[in-house]
Design a protein around this ligand. Structure first.
Ligand SMILES: Cc1cc2nc3c(=O)[nH]c(=O)nc-3n(C[C@H](O)[C@H](O)[C@H](O)COP(=O)(O)OP(=O)(O)OC[C@H]3O[C@@H](n4cnc5c(N)ncnc54)[C@H](O)[C@@H]3O)c2cc1C
Length: 576
C-alpha cells in the first residue's frame, strides 16, 4: 500500500496546479491520472490575469509565456463574413507585451500579470514537467481512481494500477480534480445544480500554417464568422499554425467543409482531430465531505465563453492547497478546510452566472443575423451595422470581465474578519482594487525595497522573477512588485511608516505555529492604494483583516485567520 498525505485524482490543469502548490509547500502527494498521456485535444486556450498571477507566485509564469502564444501577438477579436473578408466588427485587445507595458506604466492596483494564450495541450505537459520535478510529489499516469473509503483519520483509495503502482493508496486527504464526470463527486453523492446539456457542439483542430500571416483583417485570437445558423467560431492556438473551429455541425466531415468555407481563400489545411463537447452551466451542491474534496470541473461546469472553466478551477486549487498544507502541518484550525466550500462555491456560482451572461451576449449579436447580410443593398448594410453594433457591446461581456477574473472576494467566509459595512460589489465585471477583507490583495509597484521587520525573513517565491524588470516596458525604471515580496505564509503589512504597535497580533499568530512575515512598506503608493495602515494577508494573498491599529482584537484576528474560530462567532466590527 502507498501512503501519502494528499491523493489527487486527475492530472488536468487543476490537479496539476494543486500538486504544484502542495509540492512546493513540501506536502507529500500522489497525483494519479487514468490516461497514459496528457491531453491531446485542444480545450482551453487562455489563462486569465489571476491565473497568471498565481503561476507567477509558483515561479512558472514566464515559462508558460515562453511556451504559449508569442508575447507580441495581438489578442484581438473579430467578426467577419469569412477570414478573407474585411472585419464587420473588431475589438482590439492588447498583446501580452503591450499589456505588460501598461501594467508597468501604472501603479493603480491593477493586476500584476496579463492573460496568456496557451493551448491546453501545451499547458498540461508543461505543468506536468514542473510537478514531476518536485521531490514530494509522485505522478502516476495510466492509473485510474475506482473507489474510496474514508474514516476519521484517512482515506483509502482503490485504483486500477498503472505500471508500478499499488492498487491501494492511503492518504490523509483525497481531492477529486477528475473533471466534469468526476467519479469522486459521484461517489460522494453530490449532485450538480443548474442547466445541464444545453447544446452539443463539435470542435475540430486544424493545421493551417499559412493562415496567420494571410488574414487581411488582421492578426487576432478569435474570429467569429457571421454565417447563420452555425456561426463558425475560429480560435488561434499557441503555435499560430493551429486553429480550432467550433460549430454545431452534424458530422465530423462537415467540420472540414465549414472550415474551408470560413477561410474564404484557397489555403492548404489538415484536420487533425474532431470531438464533440456539451455546454453546461452547473455547480456542485457541495465541494466535498469529510476528508474528500472536489475541485475544478468536478465542481463547476461553465460554457467556455469568458474563459471561466480552468481559470476558476485554478482558483479552487490555490484556495484549497494552503489549507490542506496548514492542516497537515498542525497549525490550521478546523475552519480552514471547512472554509474551502464556503469561499469557493459562491465563486463557482458567480462564475457560472458570468458565463451565462457572456453566452447570452453572444446570442444577442447572433440574433441580428439575416441571410441578406452579405447583400450590397441598404438592407444588407443595415443588418451588418446592427450586428456589428451589438457585437461591439455584447462581446465585451467575454473580453472585458477583469472584475470577474481577479476581483473576487470571499464574502461571509469563516476565516476572514467580518468588517462592518457593505464592501464593494463582488460581482462587478469591472476590476476595482480593494483591500476589503476577503479580497485578493491588489498589486502595487514599490520604488523602495520592503524592510523585513523582526527576525522573520520574507519568503520570496520566485527569485527568477524578482524584482520585475518589466518585459516590454517603455521605461527603464526598476521596481519591485509587492506580491513578489510576500512569502508562503501569512504576511502582516505595515504601511506608510505606521508606528502602530502590532506586537500582540504577531505574538498571537506565531503562538498558533503559523508562519508569519512582518513587512514594513514605507512606500506611499502602497498606503494610498490599500487605504489602511495595517493589512493581514493569507498565504493565497487574500486579505484577512485590515485596520490602522490593533486594540483588543489580536487573539480573535489570529484565531479567525488560522481557522480556530469562525468569523461569525467573533464580534462583527473592525478594529478601528
Ligand atoms: C472547447 C473548450 C474550450 C475551453 N476554453 C477555456 C478557456 O479558454 N479558459 C478556461 O479557463 N477554460 C476553458 N475551457 C474549460 C477547461 O478546458 C476546463 O475547465 C478544464 O479542463 C478543467 O480542468 P480540470 O483539471 O478541472 O478537469 P479536466 O481538464 O477535465 O481534467 C480531469 C482529469 O482527470 C482525469 N480523470 C478523470 N477520471 C479519472 C479517474 N477515475 N481516475 C484518474 N484520472 C481521472 C481525466 O483523464 C483528466 O485528465 C474550455 C473547455 C472546452 C471544452
Amino acid at each position: 500500500m502507498v501512503e501519502t498525505q494528499v491523493l489527487i485524482v486527475g492530472a488536468g490543469p487543476v490537479g496539476l496546479t494543486l500538486a504544484l502548490d502542495l509540492g512546493q509547500r513540501g506536502v507529500r502527494c500522489v497525483l494519479i491520472e487514468r490516461n497514459e498521456k496528457s491531453i491531446q485535444l485542444p480545450k482551453m486556450e487562455r489563462c486569465n490575469a489571476r491565473t497568471m498571477e498565481i503561476y507567477r507566485r509558483l515561479g512558472v509564469a514566464e515559462k508558460i509565456r515562453d511556451a504559449g502564444l508569442p508575447r507580441s501577438a495581438p489578442m484581438d477579436v473579430f467578426l467577419a463574413s469569412s477570414m478573407a473578408a474585411p472585419a464587420l466588427a473588431h475589438l482590439a485587445c492588447p498583446s501580452v507585451a503591450e499589456a505588460k507595458a501598461e501594467i508597468a506604466a501604472h501603479n493603480d492596483g491593477r493586476p500584476l500579470e496579463p492573460y496568456q494564450l496557451i493551448s491546453q495541450y501545451t499547458l498540461e505537459p508543461l505543468l506536468r514537467s514542473f510537478v514531476e520535478a518536485l521531490p514530494s510529489v509522485t505522478v502516476l499516469f495510466g492509473c485510474e481512481f475506482e473507489t474510496f473509503l474514508q474514516d476519521s483519520d484517512s482515506v483509502t483509495t482503490h485504483v486500477r494500477p498503472g505500471k508500478g503502482a499499488d492498487a491501494t493508496i492511503r492518504a490523509s486527504y483525497l481531492v477529486g480534480c477528475d473533471g466534469g464526470s468526476s467519479a469522486v463527486r459521484k461517489q460522494l453523492g453530490i449532485p450538480l445544480q443548474g442547466e445541464g446539456n444545453i447544446r452539443k457542439l463539435r470542435q475540430a483542430l486544424f493545421h493551417c500554417p499559412e493562415l496567420y500571416e494571410r488574414v487581411p483583417m488582421g492578426k487576432g485570437r478569435h474570429y467569429h464568422i457571421a454565417e447563420g445558423p452555425l456561426f463558425p467560431f475560429i480560435i488561434l492556438q499557441d503555435s499560430t499554425r493551429h486553429w480550432t473551429l467550433h460549430a454545431a455541425a452534424s458530422s465530423d466531415a462537415e467540420m472540414a467543409e465549414i472550415f474551408r468555407r470560413s477561410l474564404g481563400m484557397p489555403l492548404e489545411f489538415e484536420m487533425l482531430s474532431v470531438n464533440e463537447w456539451t455546454q453546461h452551466l452547473l455547480c456542485a451542491e457541495r465541494y466535498g465531505e469529510g476528508r474528500v474534496f472536489i475541485a475544478g470541473d468536478a465542481t463547476h461546469l461553465v460554457i467556455p465563453t469568458g474563459g471561466l472553466g480552468m481559470n476558476t478551477g485554478v482558483g479552487d486549487a490555490i484556495d484549497l492547497s494552503w489549507k490542506l498544507a496548514a492542516t497537515l502541518a498542525g497549525w490550521g484550525g478546523p475552519q480552514l478546510l471547512a472554509s474551502y466550500e464556503k469561499e469557493r462555491r459562491p465563486i463557482g456560482l458567480r462564475n457560472v452566472k458570468a458565463s451565462r451572461a457572456a453566452m447570452s451576449g453572444r446570442l444577442s449579436w447572433r440574433a441580428a443575423y439575416h441571410p441578406d447580410i452579405g447583400e450590397n443593398t441598404p438592407e444588407g448594410a443595415a443588418i451588418r451595422a446592427e450586428m456589428a453594433r451589438r457585437f461591439n457591446i455584447e462581446q465585451r461581456k467575454v473580453t472585458e470581465i477583469l472584475g470577474i477574473e481577479a476581483g473576487y472576494r470571499y464574502v461571509n467566509s469563516p476565516i476572514v474578519w467580518n468588517e462592518s459595512g457593505e464592501g464593494p460589489d463582488p460581482e462587478s465585471p469591472q476590476y476595482v482594487p480593494s483591500t476589503w477583507p476577503g479580497a485578493r490583495l491588489p498589486h502595487v509597484w514599490l520604488d523602495r525595497p520592503v524592510a523585513d521587520n523582526a527576525s522573520v525573513s520574507p519568503g520570496i517565491p520566485d527569485s527568477s522573477q524578482t524584482p520585475d524588470t518589466f518585459h516590454g516596458s517603455p521605461t527603464e525604471h526598476y521596481r519591485t512588485a509587492l506580491h513578489d515580496c510576500l512569502g508562503s505564509g501569512y504576511t502582516l503589512l505595515r504601511l506608510g511608516g505606521t508606528r502602530a504597535d502590532t506586537a500582540n497580533l504577531e505574538r498571537a499568530i506565531r503562538a498558533t505555529g503559523a508562519p508569519l512575515d512582518v513587512l514594513d512598506v514605507a512606500d506611499q503608493s502602497a498606503r494610498e492604494i490599500y487605504g489602511c495602515d495595517l493589512l493581514l494577508v493569507r498565504p493565497d494573498l487574500h486579505v484577512v483583516w485590515r485596520g490602522s491599529q490593533i486594540k483588543d482584537d489580536a487573539e480573535a484576528i489570529a484565531a479567525i485567520a488560522t481557522g480556530r474560530i469562525a468569523a461569525s462567532d467573533a464580534a462583527a466590527t473592525s478594529s478601528d
